[in-house]
Write a protein that binds this ligand. Structure first.
Ligand code: ZN
Length: 132
């Protein structure tokens, strides 16, 4: 069964920590050992895993992505959000994490972040938690 969580993104471009929501879904599944597949069904957003201790890491990531893919450039996509589509492809729309003893197994400083590139919006994340 695919579970869905909702993420409200507060600004145009942001990294929203969804570690707690993913952990809640894992806990509700009752699965103790396995994997959790995380998938973002959007073309202008993504999901990434990085440091959740120092928030400046998030702002550094967003600022550097903006340098690589500026919002305004000579894009052909007529909707005006080509940069968001490109950032979505750069960051990627899926992650897989291990589940061990009923917990999402992350490194000490890691968190799971929904990556918004064309917000604010209410977004979806699909999760499939599999025992193995
Ligand atoms: Zn578009």
């Amino acid at each position: 069964m695919v579970q869905q969580i909702e993420v409200r993104t507060p600004s145009h471009s942001c990294l929203v920590d969804i570690t707690g929501q993913v952990q809640r879904a894992v806990s509700q599944s009752g699965i103790r050992e396995g994997v959790c597949c995380i998938f973002v069904p959007h073309t202008t957003a993504g999901v990434t895993i990085n440091e959740n201790a120092d928030p400046t890491v998030r702002s550094d990531i967003l600022r550097e992505l903006e340098k690589i893919v500026p919002w305004r450039d000579h894009y052909e996509h007529s909707e005006g959000n080509a940069a968001a589509h490109i950032k979505s492809s750069l960051v990627g729309t899926s992650q897989i994490v291990f589940v061990s003893a009923g917990q999402v197994k992350l490194g000490t400083w890691q968190g799971i972040f929904f990556a918004e590139f064309d917000g604010p919006r209410t977004r979806k994340v699909w999760l499939r938690i599999v025992a193995c």
